[in-house]
Ligand binder design. Structure first.
Ligand code: NAD
Length: 459
């Protein structure tokens, strides 16, 4: 089976490498010359655990190819995947489909024989029909079926997610496309993964519904964490107790500085806009978007409070900048809100991240970059964990303490052992825990939404 993957980013490249490992021949087409140069040299332009080995094996076997030439790859393909970006459109929050439609227009002239064209990108309901309309207009003679095949992989565990999916979802109303897509995913079906064939609209909406639900779970536990702090409960105990309930599940119940990343913020926003457009607004998800935005601002205020009310003139060591561990992706990372707000309020930032520096550096000017946590802690008044990379879970806190000028730790991911930190004399605060009930004299008031907005407006 021959596949053309248009777009070799996080999703396109991982999917292509995994498909080639099934034995299919995959040609990745990308327009970014730097990315393509890396790929042609056999290097992954992104950090994803296990991807280098997978690429190397399949490039050597001649099953994984990279090119800027769309024509031959499309002409030869049984399946053309659209795996280009669908970022948030500036101004109105809808999904920007310009990359998808450009790729469709560019591929159309080269379609030969029966070809399945399918979205892997996350696209709003109705996009497959619109792609079909555009293809028919441009190539009325083309024998083509348009499917929706949304991708559910997570950065950081993308290969495991792709090769052991909870389900593969294919939206199609075409029998031949069903047969081709069934054959394509047979290696996963044989291993017991369920391959679900549904209406195209259902597949498109399911992807947004899944991401919105997960975003809701995160915002829910973040608000429960705030309540835990006020009443003296420990959010980790609460999350673990409710997570044992199989109706709830224990995933996505980790409190933190708000969700970020390449998917949740833009997909939540796009779902809200689609729902409003179809006159079926999803008010609960509109709340999630608001709560998450305020959460990131509230984290900067929390750091300021821990610093005694002001960070002016203080040095802050920031550990972790990427939106989550095990990726170099900085898209919509909470650090992009928190760090500039602290700088604006007069703090000096010393930061480190195991993989994120290359992407973070142009987005976060004015930072002193450090190799590791020990170096970042040098002369710091406050240490803040923003992303819970494993290496920050096992810090040598004594060594950190010896390097710091101050003794405050604000752990936005509950990555550090609170007891150890306190026993070493740190003034430690985590999220939704860490203040035993006895220590709480007054419930801690949450910053009001208005304060948060004026805080941001002051930037
Ligand atoms: P990305 O920005 O990392 O990659 C997109 C790639 O497409 C880029 O390399 C770009 O150069 C290339 N491209 C754009 N237009 C092109 C064209 N006309 N021809 C050839 N190449 C072109 O994006 P991503 O994170 O891989 O996301 C892609 C899609 O997958 C999005 O819709 C996203 O929502 C969805 N998705 C992403 C994830 C994730 O974890 N990143 C997970 C599931 C779904």
């Amino acid at each position: 089976m021959k596949i053309c993957m248009i777009g070799a980013g996080y999703v396109g490249l991982v999917s292509a490498a995994c498909f080639s490992d099934f034995g299919w021949t995959v040609t990745c087409v990308d327009k970014d010359p730097d990315r393509l140069a890396d790929l042609k040299a056999g290097r992954s332009p992104i950090y994803e655990p296990g991807l280098d080995d997978l690429m190397e094996r399949n490039i050597k076997a001649g099953r994984l190819l990279f090119t800027e030439k769309l024509g031959p790859a499309v002409a030869d393909a049984d399946v053309v995947f659209l795996a280009v970006g669908t970022p948030m459109r500036r101004g109105d929050g809808y999904a920007d489909l310009s990359y998808v439609f450009t790729a469709v227009e560019e591929a159309a002239p080269y379609l030969q024989d029966f070809t399945v064209v399918t979205t892997k990108s996350t696209v709003p309901v109705g996009t497959s029909r619109e792609i079909e309309r555009r293809l028919k207009a441009k190539r009325p003679d083309a024998d083509v079926a348009v499917c929706s095949n949304p991708e559910f992989l997570r950065e950081g565990s993308a290969i495991q997610d792709f090769t052991h999916p909870d389900r593969v979802l294919v939206g199609t109303d075409d029998e031949r496309a069903r047969e081709v897509m069934g054959r394509l995913y047979k290696p996963l079906a044989l291993r017991g993964s369920s391959v679900m064939f549904v209406e195209r609209e259902s597949a498109e909406l399911a992807k947004y519904a899944a991401n919105a639900f997960l975003a809701l779970k995160i915002s829910f536990i973040n608000e429960i964490a705030d309540l835990c702090e006020s009443v003296g409960a420990d959010v980790q105990e609460v999350a673990s107790a409710i997570g044992k309930d199989r109706r709830i599940g224990d995933k996505f119940l980790h409190p933190g500085p708000g969700y970020g990343g390449s998917c949740f913020p833009k997909d939540v926003s796009a779902l809200i806009r689609t729902a409003r457009e179809f006159k079926a607004p999803i008010s609960i998800i509109e709340q999630v978007e608001r709560v998450n935005h305020e959460r990131k601002l509230a984290m900067a205020i929390r750091i300021e409070e821990a610093a005694g009310g002001s960070v002016r003139g203080k040095t802050i060591a920031v550990l972790g900048l990427t939106f989550k561990p095990n990726t170099d992706d900085m898209r919509d990372a909470p650090s992009l809100v928190i760090v500039p707000m602290l700088q604006e309020r007069g703090a000096t930032i010393r930061a480190c991240d195991p993989q994120g520096r290359r992407q973070a550096e142009p987005l976060l000017p004015g930072i002193t970059w450090c190799e590791n946590a020990n170096e970042a802690a040098e002369g710091a008044d406050i240490l803040v964990v923003v992303t819970e990379w494993n290496e920050y879970r096992a810090l040598n806190l004594e060594a950190i303490k010896a390097r710091m000028t101050g003794n405050t730790i604000v752990d936005l991911r509950n990555a550090i052992d609170a007891e150890t930190a306190r026993s070493l004399g740190f003034n430690y605060s985590g999220i939704g825990r860490g203040n035993a009930a006895a220590e709480i004299s007054e419930p801690r008031p949450r910053p009001l939404s208005a304060d948060l907005h004026s805080a941001q407006a002051a930037k």
